[in-house]
Design a protein around this ligand. Structure first.
Ligand code: NAG
Ligand code: NAG
Length: 435
């Protein structure tokens, strides 16, 4: 069989076998193209791979850090920070700050388990290293398209300078447009310096509102009290001894716009409780739990850490750490908030993780958003017996969410079975709310 083809005025007779050869040649050509393309890509990545293989040390060394410029800036270039936009009377602010810190009658450092002497003597606007992976600094966000956030900060007898540094870091490093409000919830603190002196200070700051519980409510109910006052689309819950790093807010808001059904947390850096040194952990961890439902950190597999550092993308986490987390208000209303049947502190982060995952949401850590946290043995002070309160909370969590897996919780906890029956009521309450 032959085929006649007209090519540039010439008539060419093509025999069928030659067509087959042309197709074969084309096929081989395409194949070669893909092979060379693939090879060139892998050789491009070669040096990187060998470098990261060289030794674990070089892979897991602390990230390169650059020091923030002073004054600290909000992440998105030309946008003014809430502090800058707030027309703060700087000189008066500094004066009041010195005044209230100098005159506070506070207990010695060891009752806080933090070096408060050093904290009081360290600038509220101090520079901290930019701990984000390199790639995060190349991302830009359209501030006009992101929703605003309210930050809810409960506190109980917190060291004053720790609390003020938390607030300052938010005001300095959040674009004005994206920060609706900071709501401080005083959980009936007894220290004098947190009363009138704090009122006086807060009046000088933009966007900060202070409400006080009449009685101790605990962390969870205090957070919910602040939450109910928030009118912005996004709400963040944060501890009163944290420090937000440059560009911390935008990636959180951006992720919540893309994935509304999420409970997200910034990547938590460490602030040393004795030296106040701000540093990224040398390896990446995700929030998890052990079978006794205590919070624990799980090291991220090497390939996932590399991916996070190279791409700046979030990584999944079974549960939230709790010292800082962000949700959309519409979603949080939908899944039923924190379980207010949990007392004071403990188990709420595990509970929220279980619930979010089981109700079709996702829990992630946002690699490019960095918040430092002072790790103390117990982040929140208790009135009653700590162990008993926490244990009761955990039983409630297990009874509500663990179904057949409960048997792994109880053998680890001899002596808690007796209390289990009491949690039964909580189970039906929460289950009804999340139906
Ligand atoms: C607190 O910091 C000061 C100043 O750096 C230091 O002299 C002191 O030893 C620290 N206290 C503790 C308990 O580490
Ligand atoms: C407080 O800071 C000043 C300078 O910043 C320093 O001279 C002084 O020694 C510090 N005091 C303490 C107790 O660390």
């Amino acid at each position: 069989m032959t085929m006649r083809v007209r090519l540039m005025g010439q008539v060419i007779h093509l025999h069928m076998p030659s067509i087959q050869w042309i197709i074969k040649a084309l096929f081989v050509g395409v194949l070669l193209f893909f092979i060379t393309n693939y090879l060139s890509k892998t050789t491009d990545r070669g040096p990187l791979k060998t470098e990261s293989k060289r030794s674990e040390d070089s892979l897991f060394r602390p990230l390169d850090v650059a020091t923030n410029q002073k004054p600290p800036v909000a992440g998105s270039g030309s946008h003014m920070s809430a502090m800058e936009a707030g027309n703060v009377k700087t000189r008066l602010l500094m004066q009041v700050q010195r005044d209230i810190l100098r005159n506070q009658k506070r207990p010695p450092d060891d009752t806080y388990n933090i070096n408060v002497t050093l904290s009081d003597n360290t600038s509220m606007d101090r520079e901290i290293p930019d701990t984000r992976p390199e790639v995060c600094r190349t991302f830009s966000y359209d501030v006009d398209k992101l929703p605003a956030a309210t930050v809810v900060i409960p506190f109980y007898n917190e060291a004053l300078s720790m609390l003020l540094r938390t607030i300052h870091s938010i005001l300095w490093r959040s674009p004005d447009k994206l920060l609706a409000k900071i709501i401080l919830v005083d959980d009936a603190s007894t220290r004098e310096y947190l009363k009138e002196p704090l009122d006086r200070y807060v009046r000088l700051l933009p966007k900060v509102e202070l409400i006080r519980n009449e009685h101790r409510e605990g962390l969870i109910r205090s957070r919910m009290r602040g939450y109910r006052l928030a009118t912005s689309k996004v709400v963040l819950f944060q501890d009163a001894h944290t420090e937000c790093n440059v560009g911390w807010l935008e990636p959180l808001l951006d992720d919540l716009m893309k994935h509304p059904q999420s409970v997200i947390q910034p990547f938590v850096d460490g602030v040393d409780r004795l030296t106040l040194e701000f540093a990224a952990p040398p390896t990446y961890y995700r929030g998890a739990f052990s079978w006794d439902l205590r919070y624990t950190w799980l090291r991220l597999p090497e390939h996932e850490q590399i991916r996070s550092i190279e791409t700046g993308q979030p990584f999944f986490t079974p549960t939230v750490v709790g010292c800082a987390l962000a949700v959309r208000k519409d979603y949080f209303d939908h899944i039923g908030w924190f379980d207010e049947g949990l007392n004071v502190w403990g188990g709420e982060n595990i509970e929220l993780g279980f619930r979010t995952w089981m109700c079709g949401g996702r829990v992630v850590t946002i690699t490019c958003s960095r918040v430092g946290h002072v790790f103390k043995e117990f982040p929140y002070q208790f009135d009653g017996n700590k162990e008993e309160i926490v244990q009761k909370n955990l039983i409630r969590v297990a009874e509500t969410w663990m179904d057949g897996w409960k048997k792994y919780f109880y053998p680890d906890n001899p002596g808690v079975r007796l209390q289990a029956a009491r949690a039964e009521r909580g189970r039906t309450e929460v289950a009804r709310r999340t139906d």
